[in-house]
Design a protein around this ligand. Structure first.
Ligand code: TRP
Length: 473
């Protein structure tokens, strides 16, 4: 362990940074709509059970791998497996994944920045036009937004773990909570708001089937930043004597609470816009919802609060989502950065500069994959559709490989690190964890059904996405 490894200054710093990573576009838009479509309260209940009983043990495994080894994913895997080649390759996957996620998340974040900029400039009416988004992503303004977003992200990262990542999270996360609460309070005063709340919360167990269960679990897993190497990396910056299980519980709770509250914002807004809406028609894609559907809803608010008021609400919303995206983007970029700094012994500045250039190149390839360059626009074809470069990155690294990475972390703990050592790491700074119910539960679940479930989700996604067959519903 290196004596001068950077650290978070406080336990709260770790919690806010990790929660900042976990809270993203998926929580704010994807989750509410998935819940509303799939049985409301019944989905919420299943989701919460998955967070506690399946995701939390995996999160404990990842954070403790990081804190114990004091390394980013690849070196952490190498060190725990004593240099085993196969495991080092697994660690490479745990490193490549966040790198590629950083690429496409950069693209989504610059769109958000653009929408924020446009609403602040009084152009909400333009954004509400259904054809706007398609044209927007191919304007040259995108490159300005790209520069602005990179300037913010790399400014935070250049400032280091404590003065950058932690400080950024300490400013943006409380601001995010306040904006979310303000917006929920406002939306609940709209006509028909409670029809939306009812739709969101009243359970409909008849909608629950194998595929809904799969959706809930994948959503929970991905929402908590698992399988992305982030918890390993942030864990490596955690103070040795901090309460690790307690912090992990807090992170999981915050992420879930934000997702839940986002539903109280999105569903009433949708129902006040159209009380007879059939939620089955809502898009499954968070991107479609944020950039084409929601601007329409915000604009409709002008009937109640005027154009200025509607623009203000939309601006607060986009700022909220933008903050959520920036903290996630910072976390995912820090993973390869930390790995480069650790293995090449580069300074933070040098490592980040290299990374910035390479991520920039890939992001530009993504930007060109929406029609500007044909070979990127129809990059590959599988599952019966033509996929752009951007789609392929999302399909492979966001939608497929995360459960596999989570599985590898669990297996590494079980077969190389050994459970007794793992629990010892968790007990440091958390004496109550020893012999607790949680400890016994984590032990049993990680050695039995959690790896099996992760493997099944991974295989099902591969079968479904790339070969069009599904064995889960
Ligand atoms: N919860 C995030 C979302 O909803 C998913 C996510 C977790 C994420 N960690 C991330 C996305 C890191 C990008 C980078 O979007």
């Amino acid at each position: 362990m290196s004596a001068n490894r950077e650290q978070f200054g406080s336990r709260l710093g770790f919690i806010l940074a990790a929660a900042g990573s976990a809270v993203g576009i998926g929580n704010l838009v994807g989750f509410p709509v998935a819940a509303a479509k799939n049985g409301g309260g019944a989905f919420l209940l299943i989701y919460a059970l998955f967070v506690v009983f399946i995701c939390l043990p995996v999160m404990l495994a990842e954070i403790s791998i990081g804190r114990h080894t004091q390394h980013a994913p690849m070196s952490a895997f190498r060190s725990l497996s004593s240099g085993h080649k196969g495991w080092t390759a697994g660690g490479f996957l745990a490193l490549l994944t966040p790198y590629m996620i950083a690429v496409f998340y950069t693209v989504i974040t610059i769109w958000l920045f653009g929408y924020l900029f446009e609403t602040l400039s009084g152009n909400l009416d333009k954004l509400a036009d259904p054809a706007y988004f398609g044209a927007f992503i191919n304007t040259n303004d995108i490159f300005w937004y790209l520069i602005a977003v990179n300037a913010i992200v790399y400014f935070i990262l250049f400032s280091g773990v404590k003065d950058g990542i932690e400080k950024g999270a300490k400013i943006m996360m409380p601001a995010l909570f306040v904006m979310l609460i303000l917006l929920v309070g406002f939306v609940l005063t709209l006509d028909n708001a409670f029809a939306g709340v009812r739709y969101y919360i009243v359970p409909d167990f008849s909608k629950i089937n194998a595929s809904v269960i799969n959706t809930a679990l994948s959503q929970a897993f991905f929402s908590l930043s698992l399988g992305m190497g982030i918890m390993i990396t942030y864990g490596s910056y955690m103070q040795r004597d901090d309460d690790l299980p307690g912090s992990a519980k807090f992170v999981a709770f915050t992420d879930t609470a934000v997702a839940f509250c986002a539903g109280l914002l999105i569903m009433p807004a949708i129902f006040s816009f159209n009380p007879d809406i059939d939620t089955a028609e809502l898009s499954d894609s968070s991107v479609g919802l944020i950039f084409t559907f929601l601007p329409k809803i915000f604009l409709a608010l002008q009937a109640n609060i005027g154009y200025g008021g509607a623009s203000a609400v939309a601006s607060i919303f986009f700022l909220l989502v933008f903050f959520a995206a920036i903290t996630s983007l910072v976390s995912i970029t820090e993973v390869p950065n930390s790995a480069i700094m650790g293995s090449m012994k580069y300074s933070r500045k040098k490592s980040l500069s290299m990374l910035a250039v390479s991520v920039l190149v890939f992001s530009i390839l993504c930007i060109y994959s929406f029609g500007r360059a044909d070979w990127l626009t129809s990059f590959m074809s599988y599952g019966g559709a033509n996929k752009s470069f951007f789609d392929v990155i999302i399909d492979v690294f966001y939608d497929t490989v995360l459960p596999l990475n989570g599985l590898l972390s669990c297996l590494l703990v079980l077969f190389h690190w050994k459970r007794a050592n793992f629990h010892r790491e968790l007990e440091r700074g958390a004496p109550n964890y020893r012999h607790s119910f949680l400890e016994r539960y984590v032990d049993v679940s990680l050695t039995t059904f959690i790896p099996v479930i992760l493997l099944v989700i991974f295989l099902n996604t591969v079968a479904y996405k790339y070969f069009g067959v599904s064995f889960i519903g």
